[in-house]
Design a binder for this molecule. Structure first.
Ligand code: GZL
Length: 327
């Protein structure tokens, strides 16, 4: 697979504090006002509504691309079907929008439609996930460092479980999506040389329902030999909890669980002792995306890549963080 080009990461100083939404830059702050200028029409091709993280991201984007901020938003959720997303982008082009924002379901298949947008003189900004192929097909990407999230999750596993024989099962995100690919790479790099062995790894499509179903299959196949579950998002981990409890096992003890996202429900599961470690993936990207679109349309230079700063949580840290969480 062609290497995805992120052209380096341009970190904006105050990009931390994602979840409290009080910082400027990717992951916080509020989009600048409409400024009384021409209304900017933006087509936004969202993946769908597969998880709590996605709901928070959609809310952040709709708040940022609001009329009070000078936008007219044309929103499309693709039900996680890449073909629906491509069709939505073509529709935006045909409608002659001023700019297009995409959260790409998968990394492949984007060259043709992005060339059409470029030929139509419509700038494209990626938010959340990245794509394969040439970075001259989009103006900017705003999101999170998925590989680093995987490395952070894997480092916890290596430190806490790596020195003893540990059997792991993995619930992967959407097949072919940047977070599924990069989180796996980061996690696997971090556990190299440890005694953590992967028994099985299957996609749960980032959903609770599929996370539960796949975990039921793992339990039927491997039973009590499973020591660790790495779920690439909270929702699949939350679905897996039901399967683990139905099998008469105690999550967080009989099977330790690591997840990524740090949604409210994920942190609650950690605070309850059911998740052992949760890595954040900030969904509050709307303000930075909106400001970036405005800058591009004003003819200003923008960073090719802007990433949010992600924290991580043990059960104690999750308890402390919950009262102030914005998502
Ligand atoms: C990550 C995002 C992923 C989340 C899932 O930035 O693309 O998709 O981890 C969501 O919860 O469905």
């Amino acid at each position: 697979m062609k290497k995805r080009i992120l052209a380096g990461f341009a970190l904006i100083g105050a990009m931390a504090l994602a979840a409290t939404g009080c910082a400027s830059g990717a992951g916080g702050g509020t989009a600048s006002g409409g400024g009384g200028g021409k209304v900017i029409t933006v087509g936004f091709a969202q993946t769908g509504s597969e998880s709590g993280w996605r709901s928070a991201n959609t809310e952040s984007m709709k708040d940022a691309f609001s009329a009070k901020n000078g936008f007219k938003l044309i929103f499309n959720a693709a039900d996680n079907k890449p073909e629906n997303q491509i069709a939505a982008v073509r529709s935006f082009i045909n409608q002659g929008v001023d700019a297009i924002v995409i959260a790409p379901v998968v990394t492949t298949g984007w060259d043709d439609v992005l060339k059409e947008a470029k030929d139509a003189g419509i700038p494209v900004v990626l938010e959340d996930r990245t794509i394969d192929g040439s970075s001259d097909l989009y103006k900017a990407w705003i999101g999170d460092d998925f590989k680093k999230e995987g490395e952070t999750a894997g480092a916890w596993a290596a430190t806490n479980l790596g020195s003893k024989a540990t059997n792991m099962v993995v619930l992967e995100g959407t097949t072919g999506s940047a977070p599924a690919i990069d989180r796996a790479t980061g996690f696997d790099d971090a556990i190299k040389g440890t005694q953590i062995k992967t028994l099985d790894s299957q996609t749960g499509n980032f959903t609770r329902a599929d996370g539960k179903t796949v975990m039921e299959g793992f339990l039927q196949k491997y039973g009590k030999t499973i020591n660790l579950l790495f779920a690439q998002n909270d929702d699949m981990g939350l679905g897996a909890l039901d399967a683990i409890k139905a099998a008469g096992l105690t999550p967080g003890k009989d099977i330790q669980i690591i997840t990524i996202d740090a949604t409210h429900d994920g942190l609650q599961a950690a605070a309850n002792g059911e998740f052992n470690y949760v890595v954040e993936c900030n969904p509050l990207l709307g303000p930075t995306v909106a400001d970036t679109v405005k800058a591009i349309l004003a003819g200003k230079d923008v960073p090719k890549a802007q990433t949010a700063t992600d924290a991580s949580f043990t059960p104690e840290q999750a308890k402390a963080a919950l009262p102030d969480r914005k998502y």
